[in-house]
Design a protein. Structure first.
Length: 124
């Protein structure tokens, strides 16, 4: 697809991964810390590269920000390849929905028969 801006799946994965690692180490995060983490990951996921394992770099940086041991990343390495497929699917669905919403907002989303008629009129 070549588009790498609205990576909802990557943001959710990073959030769940950081929370998982914190729980493994027995680190309790307050609600404020959790909200801050989601905010940070929403911002950092906007520029995340759309390549496999790119999210591990973001997770490592986020772990350090909240004083969670970065060694917990090792727990994710075995399953990251499989979770990448779900992350990619979620990213594609999120981008598709965003495209449809913007098209509807701009009044460009038309039923198929209207679009075919408009195309035929443009040819004439």
């Amino acid at each position: 697809m070549g588009y790498s801006f609205n990576l909802d799946g990557s943001m959710m994965y990073c959030t769940f991964a950081v929370m998982f690692i914190a729980q493994v180490y027995g680190i309790d995060l307050s609600l404020g810390q959790q909200v801050m983490m989601v905010t940070i990951l929403m911002l950092t996921s906007k520029g995340m590269a759309g390549v496999p394992r790119a999210s591990l770099v973001v997770i490592a940086a986020t772990l350090g920000q909240f004083h969670i041991p970065e060694a917990g990343l090792v727990l994710l390495l075995g399953v990251d390849h499989f979770l990448d497929m779900g992350r990619s699917a979620t990213n594609v669905v999120g981008n598709s929905i965003a495209t449809a919403v913007v098209s509807k907002w701009e009044d460009e989303l038309k039923p198929h028969h209207h679009a075919a008629a408009s195309h035929a009129e443009q040819r004439a």
